[in-house]
Design a protein around this ligand. Sequence first.
Ligand code: SD4
Length: 292
Amino acid sequence: EKFKPLILSTWNHGMPANDRAWEVLMKSGNLVDAVEEGVKVTELDMDNLSVGLQGLPDREGIPTLDASIMKGDGSCGSVAFVRQVKHPISLARMVMEETPHVMLAGEGARQFAIAKGFPMESETLSPKAEEMYQEWKKESKYKPIINIENHDTIGMVALGPDGKLAGSCTTSGLAFKMHGRVGDSPIIGAGLYVDDEVGAATATGLGETIIRICGSFLIVELMRQGRTPQEACEEAVRRLIAKNSANIKDIQAGFLAVNKDGEYGAYAVHPGFNFARHHSGGGTLVDSKSKF
Ligand code: SD4
């Protein structure tokens, strides 16, 4: 099965994000605008507890955000551990387009946002996030164990009508993480990788396990060597499990990939991962297969 153009995003919230990305792509023909505008929908979604400022905070009660964006020509930008910015994906794009750097972190990223005219948002938690934070504090386990039903970073990969690729990824990261913790999402090659010669991949789940295997880069390289997107995602999961086998029952991670011909694939450690697919026939939610 092949589609061109094609937009893929992780989890249920990928549906409205893809709708928006598709609309932007059809109107402007600009793939980077499409992947930025698409995930901005999720960054504003008050029901989402893992993306945007309404996401679950770190263990100090502060929401800190990670995001990245990449084009198939190798241009990329990201922000990590940034505070008070409603649209970290747009800030990541500014790092890509308006600085000589790839990644800005923490207070420096926030200062850059201020300089670029981003409004600084309040850090008051959303009612739902506040409730869950108070609940978590009762035991405040030092090491947050990812809830395998509740992590929903959005990663989006898109293939344009001209065969060019782009991708975006944005998250509030792991709930109740240590202050300063950075996940895979803003790390080029871990949470996102895009190469016009081959394809694109993105990741969701426990970031530490994804960083350890350079997940998204690995998938693109496997596709370069001839694997289909599906085979490449499966090999990445196999590798992730091999490197994290001790507590694999507590670890969820999922990968989503497309190649330049418009073939796509997805695979996860545990059941429950799904992704949204949008092509000229419309949008569909697809359940990913998993190892266990
Ligand atoms: C992270 N990969 O920061 C992200 C978590 C995630 O929905 O996917 N959350 O580790």
